[in-house]
Design a protein around this ligand. Structure first.
Ligand SMILES: Cc1cc2nc3c(=O)[nH]c(=O)nc-3n(C[C@H](O)[C@H](O)[C@H](O)COP(=O)(O)OP(=O)(O)OC[C@H]3O[C@@H](n4cnc5c(N)ncnc54)[C@H](O)[C@@H]3O)c2cc1C
Length: 291
């Protein structure tokens, strides 16, 4: 199928972009890489009358280091992260996450801002940026505001953005030299969306046990989920002391499921998430998933 007709605008400044978006009202949408929006329009699940293309606004593709970390323009593509064309203040987490997104053609056009605004919980950036406690800077003709990514993502394809607002940049704090990160994407084959996505950030004691640990899970619920109960089960231990099966119960609590009430499909999904989190922990400890 093909998308219905629409007006196409390609501004070159931010003021022009926000002005066009405001003028278009509820029937307007911005387009960045088009890797999610165009398929949706072709399926006629979205029928915007006006598309405001952000790729002509040079300011949106600019990234820079800041005293506390880095700020990434919203149209920074996945591939720019992957190939080191955007500064990395996470000691490899951002390029690693980017390299796992879809296929090269998708990564070449798809953008950070577009992925966050699309708010698919099985996508990489929502979970990674939530784990990093990144802040999205948002702008409209009414002004600017800063929104923590954890508060921006409200559910499946739902964000806290107003129709006239666009994400301009995403701010990420520099990881401490002692911080460890690990990530694991469970999917049927490379290039596909995750069935389960685990991100670990934390610090370990000299004996290898996790002292502070933050665990985030994507593709399990309608938005990235912080795993507080699972963190408590991991704290004071190393992955080698924890079989994935030991994580199933705290994971069920984090997801809000009762183990005695769920069917075999939900139990299978829980086991998948437990393996994902365990492999992310092992990655953060510098081991391969099967070591
Ligand atoms: C075959 C295929 C496989 C894929 N696999 C993966 C995968 O494994 N992992 C993954 O994470 N993603 C995957 N994707 C999605 C891809 O990463 C998209 O690029 C991304 O989700 C959307 O970014 P975009 O720049 O293309 O946004 P667009 O498609 O242009 O826009 C998406 C939405 O965001 C809005 N938007 C865009 N930019 C902004 C902005 N700056 N401010 C406010 N709103 C904005 C648009 O209005 C639209 O609603 C895949 C896509 C395809 C087609």
């Amino acid at each position: 199928m093909k998308a219905p007709d629409f007006q196409y605008q390609r501004p070159t400044t931010l003021d022009e972009a926000t002005g066009l978006l405001a003028a278009a009202g509820e029937d307007g949408k911005v387009i960045a890489g088009g890797q999610s929006l165009v398929p949706i329009m072709n399926m006629r699940l979205a029928e915007p009358e006006t598309l405001v293309d952000l790729t002509g606004v040079a300011a949106l593709r600019t990234s820079r280091e800041t005293p506390t970390g880095a700020s990434y323009g919203a149209t920074t593509t996945h591939m720019m992260f992957e190939y080191g064309l955007a500064p990395d203040v996470t000691r490899g987490l951002l390029p690693h996450a980017a390299a796992g997104i879809g296929y090269p053609a998708i990564r070449n056009r798809g953008t950070l801002g577009g992925s966050l605004a699309h708010s698919d919980s099985s996508a990489e950036w929502p979970t990674v940026m939530s784990a990093l406690d990144a802040t999205a800077h948002v702008r409209s003709v009414r002004g600017t505001r800063a929104v923590p990514v954890r508060e921006l993502l409200l559910g499946f394809f739902t964000t806290a953005l107003e129709p006239d607002e666009l994400i301009t940049e995403v701010e990420v704090r520099r990881l401490a030299p002692t911080a460890r990160w690990g990530m694991y994407k469970m999917c049927r084959k490379p290039g596909e969306f995750a069935e389960s996505l685990g991100v670990v950030l934390g610090e370990r004691d000299a004996d290898g046990a996790w002292r502070d640990v933050e665990l985030w899970l994507g593709a399990a619920t309608d938005r990235p989920l912080r795993l507080s109960s699972t963190e408590a089960a991991v704290r004071g231990r190393a992955a080698a002391d924890l079989a994935p099966v030991r994580l199933v119960e705290p994971l069920a609590a984090d997801i809000g499921q009762s183990l005695s009430a769920i069917d075999s499909t939900a139990r299978h999904a829980l086991q998948l998430h437990a393996v994902t989190v365990h492999r992310a922990l092992r990655a953060a400890e510098g081991r391969t998933p099967h070591e």
